[in-house]
Write a protein that binds this ligand. Structure first.
Ligand code: TXA
Ligand code: MG
Length: 325
């Protein structure tokens, strides 16, 4: 049995909102990746997210809201800095980690004192949040440690009959998960579409640590597990100068190359061109990893990305996708 795939029209959104009100799970599009949503105030509904994903209970969930008022309702403190960041970046791909309302289900916060909150910008996500009328806890809508879904079909393939509904809003426009910023420690916990430079205007003492590795315990970010976002194929990051050699040495029938721009050493049919700037690259990356799996590739060669903060979130995703099993 596959989930019901609902069109993102008034009737689909109404059915999805009604299912959420009954405590059921609904996968829905956001501008970053598809989320697996449940009523954030309903402990049984939130528990069902962990069961469907096979996710460890030590990983807290992001709460999605439709307004700053909605964000205030799940926090004990929404500081002037939170307010300024919200006004600058919401709706959008920035998750703020704030002091949590004590009545939130423990599963949302993983038993911690903080909660991650954001207003997504995807119109279907906003329409769903408004129709539902409350906060939605939602991790990415994939089985634990699989590639995050950027198309409804990816959700169906990863979660299948474990969930009743997927709201299909088309491809995600941003393509990688939100930047997670802790306003408790002023640290970026997960790099994402909002680059550090954009945040420094508001948080001059921003803590940026490239190559954060797994933190253990309730504040662990699942995005920090060393192996994450992983396709089935083996993924190897190759310096541009070494691509031709890597291609010669590869099992060429079963290898695909993810490139920023066409490379004469690698045939067009075996290449996927993701683009030469971070926004276009991010939009295509997870779909390209999923497509490699669909095509039965056993090896993925990825052209190494440039240094610098603008590509940080993407270097981070590639590093985790290539970590040893
Ligand atoms: O773009 C996104 O963030 C997507 C869409 C659906 O909104 N969601 C997403 O959720 O990627 P998930 O569960 O796959 O990743 C959530 C990230 C993790 O790194 C998690 O540890 C961190 O947010 N996080 C959530 N709540 C937190 C908290 N209270 N303290 C620290 N980190 C938190
Ligand atoms: Mg995830």
């Amino acid at each position: 049995m596959a989930p019901d795939v609902l069109a993102a029209d008034d009737s689909g959104i109404a059915r999805a909102a009604a299912a959420l009100q009954r405590g059921e799970l609904v996968a829905f599009p956001t501008e970053t990746v598809y989320g697996l949503g449940a009523d954030a105030w309903n402990p049984a509904a939130v528990a069902a997210i962990f069961a469907a994903k096979g996710r460890p209970s030590t990983h807290p969930l992001i709460v999605h809201v439709a307004s700053i008022e909605g964000a205030r309702a799940v926090c004990t403190e929404f500081s002037p800095l939170a307010e300024a960041l919200a006004r600058a970046f919401w709706p959008g791909p920035l998750t703020l980690v704030l002091p949590a309302h004590p009545d939130l289900p423990r599963a949302v916060t993983a038993g911690g004192a903080t909660v991650g909150v954001r207003i997504p910008s995807d119109p279907t996500a906003l329409a769903l949040l408004r129709a539902f009328g409350g906060p939605l806890a939602a991790p990415s809508a994939n089985r634990h440690q699989e590639v995050s879904p950027t198309r409804a079909a990816h959700v169906v393939r990863s979660l299948g009959a474990r969930i009743p509904f997927v709201l299909d809003g088309g491809p995600c426009t941003s393509g990688i998960e939100s930047t997670v910023l802790s306003l408790v420690t002023r640290q970026i916990l997960r790099p994402g579409p909002i680059a550090p430079q954009a945040l420094r205007a508001f948080v001059p003492d921003l803590v940026v640590t490239e190559g954060l590795t797994a933190h253990v315990g309730i504040h662990a970010a699942p995005g920090l597990s060393s192996r994450h976002y992983a396709p089935r194929a083996t993924l190897t990051v190759v310096h541009p100068a070494d691509l031709a050699e890597a291609w010669r040495a590869a099992d060429r029938e079963n290898t695909v190359a993810l490139l920023r721009q066409p490379n004469g050493a690698i045939p067009r049919h075996a290449s996927r061109i993701l683009g030469d700037e971070p926004q276009s690259y991010a939009r295509e990356l997870f779909a390209a990893l999923s497509a490699a799996d669909d095509d039965g590739a056993t090896e993925i060669l990825v052209e190494a990305l440039p240094d610098g903060e603008a590509w940080w979130a993407l270097r981070d995703r590639l590093g985790r996708a290539s970590a040893a099993r």
